[in-house]
Design a binder for this molecule. Sequence first.
Ligand code: 13P
Length: 250
Amino acid sequence: MRKNIVAGNWKMNTTVAEGVELAKAVVAKSSEVPASTGLIIAPPFTHLVPVAEAIKGSVIGLSAQNCADKEKGAYTGEVSADMLVSAGCAYTILGHSERRQYYGETDAKLVEKVKLAIAHGLSPIFCVGENLEEREAGRHFDVVTEQIKNVLYTLSAEEMAKVIIAYEPVWAIGTGKTATAGQAQEIHACIRKVVAEKFGELAEDITILYGGSCKPSNAKELFACPDIDGGLIGGAALKADDFIAIALSF
Ligand code: 13P
């Protein structure tokens, strides 16, 4: 059976000291969350080592927000999958729309990143989602299907079993506009069907998260949908109380 997960993407927020404090606050409240719900936090690279120390012995998993498409070597400014593992990460977000939109991340690059991350023992939190123009043109199912096919169809079943998918409609990220539970459920069901077309029954075990202005006030309705297995949380993950309230919304 697939696991419910609530993951916090801190994006480019907090200093190291603030990040450690936030991680400690999440740890302090994490005992309220039932074991059936996985908790993950994704701080910036600079915070990973001290945050790993702060969450040591807790149930919280550590994720990066990105990782390099190369193993190692002369790639100034990049951070490799191996480095993330050595810093204490078990996960990395890949293909976030902000990386696709502002840093030119293509599906071809994401194939490399996803494969490398898995080869080094990380579980990718692979993000897909359409922008406003694509949604208004009624192309959202096609866009998300293509993103899944272009990247995840290149994986073996063994590799695919490590992947968490996050559906994040770009028009709902940081805008306060959330997809309705109905809009989210229909696309999550589509994602699961597309995964099943290639990987069969494994699709039932894949966790699919919703992301985009998810907060304590709307999480319950979203998480009640049969194909929504939790959330990838941005803004609300910067407050320990809100993050935990979301994790208590199943
Ligand atoms: P918000 O929750 O701030 O809309 O961000 C969602 C997101 O992009 C998480 O990765």
